[in-house]
Design a protein. Structure first.
Length: 384
């Protein structure tokens, strides 16, 4: 067992960290305050290969592996969690399934420009009336000759306002439901009947856009169906197995940033004649924050390693996301506590980490759903 990144992985980690420190961290507070989508940063990330890290170079990606992607995601999220989720959705939830389930024509049109960062993708599974129960889709796609007619509304779509194409899941056979009744479609912005609905005003990750997407009698060529008809639920679930590792990395990045900020503050701030970090109460916080975040990273890298080995990793992704997101919330709360009153105001970044961390327990499967996935696997392993 080797607990070390290889040379390529270290190289991309360093490149992402340098870029994040130089170009992302300095604007993170402004992106949050102004609710501004960082177009210029996303464009540069594309040039650096960060928008399709684990997609082969022949399809416009960086040509690295999932472990490299996770290392880079952590660094970008350490600087700005909003930029982190924009990157994560384009990498894990859009480019990865188009590469894995697409044919060469689809990869040419729907992957190359996206993995290279020239265009942006999004993933549309949840709806106003269904999130955790992903199979209870109301969106329908009805076959009409060489096309499908798509009708429905998708909710909580990261990159919804900015994306050039959407990976959309819809019911093609209600009777079959999650066992062959759902199909996946690639829908380009500008397709008649495809519009952006409500833009959400969020607690955190305010530099990323989250919207409804509306499909009204939207005609999609059969050539834009990703995978076979009825294969959509499998596409969605395997994609989320990968996506959850990305969100775990986002949570770890937030936790790292919160620890660093709290330790620096505890070094500047004095009370009762000594630096705050010289008090045992604060030392214990620092020790627990660092230990738990190391544990979260180990779980996250294990899941990424299994994905690279093409081993089913639903349980391990669920564990990584569950543990890392709970940890990021605890670390951000504790960091805020170390800052005292200064943690509660926008002068320091502690309150932003606290707000940004919260979503990691909710999206790409709530932590209650992660527990369900983990428990089902554990029971199957033991009982059969
Ligand atoms: N990989 C491969 N196949 C899988 C699978 C996986 N991870 N999970 C399920 N399947 C297969 C099952 O094997 C089964 O097929 P068979 O009968 O042939 O074996 C079939 O799919 C149905 O499985 P289940 O009965 O377990 O399905 P379910 O309807 O009970 O749902 C669930 C299971 C885990 C609860 C699932 O619905 C789920 O993950 N829900 C959460 C959805 C989610 O994460 N949403 C987030 C949306 S993205 C987002 O957050 C927005 C954003 O932009 C960031």
């Amino acid at each position: 067992m080797i607990f070390e990144l290889n040379e390529d992985q270290k190289m991309i980690q360093k490149m992402a960290r340098d870029f994040a420190d130089r170009e992302v961290a300095p604007v993170a507070a402004e992106l949050d305050r102004e609710h501004r989508f960082p177009r210029e940063i996303v464009a540069k990330m594309g040039e650096l290969g960060l928008m399709g890290v684990a997609i082969p170079e022949e399809w416009g990606g960086g040509g690295f592996d999932t472990v490299s992607y996770i290392a880079a995601m952590t660094e970008i999220s350490r600087a700005c969690a909003s930029t982190g989720v924009i990157m994560s959705v384009n990498n894990s939830l859009y480019s990865d399934p188009v590469y894995k389930f697409g044919n060469d024509d689809q990869r040419e049109r729907f992957l190359r420009p996206y993995a290279s960062g020239k265009k942006l993708g999004c993933f549309c599974l949840s709806e106003p009336g269904t999130g955790s129960d992903a199979a209870a889709q109301s969106t329908v796609a009805v076959r009409d000759g060489d096309s499908y007619i798509l009708n429905g509304v998708k909710n909580w779509i990261t990159n919804g306002n900015e994306a050039d194409a959407a990976l959309v899941f819809a019911m093609t056979d209600k009777e079959k439901g999650n066992r062959g009744g759902i199909s996946a479609f690639l829908v380009e912005k500008g397709t008649p009947g495809f519009t952006v609905g409500k833009v959400e005003d969020k607690l955190g990750i305010r530099g990323s856009s989250t919207t409804q997407l509306v499909f009204e009698d939207c005609r999609i060529p059969v050539a834009n169906r990703l995978g076979e008809e009825g294969e959509g639920f499998k596409v969605a679930m395997t994609t989320l197995d990968g996506g959850r590792i990305g969100i775990a990395a986002q949570a770890n990045g937030i936790a790292r940033a919160a620890i660093e900020a709290a330790v620096r503050y505890a070094d500047e701030r004095k009370a009762f004649g000594q630096k705050v970090h010289q008090f045992q109460g604060i030392q214990w916080y620092i020790a627990d924050m660092a230990t738990r975040t190391d544990a979260a990273e180990l779980l996250t890298y294990r899941a990424a390693y299994l994905k690279d080995k093409k081993v089913r990793h639903s349980k391990e992704s669920g564990m990584a996301k569950l543990f890392a997101s709970d940890n990021a919330n605890w670390v951000a709360t504790t960091a805020l506590q170390i800052f005292g009153g200064y943690g509660y105001v926008t002068e320091y970044p502690a309150e932003r980490y606290f707000r940004d961390a919260r979503i990691t327990q909710i999206y790409e499967g709530t932590n209650e759903i992660q527990r369900l996935v983990i428990a089902n696997s554990v029971v199957k392993e033991i009982i059969g």
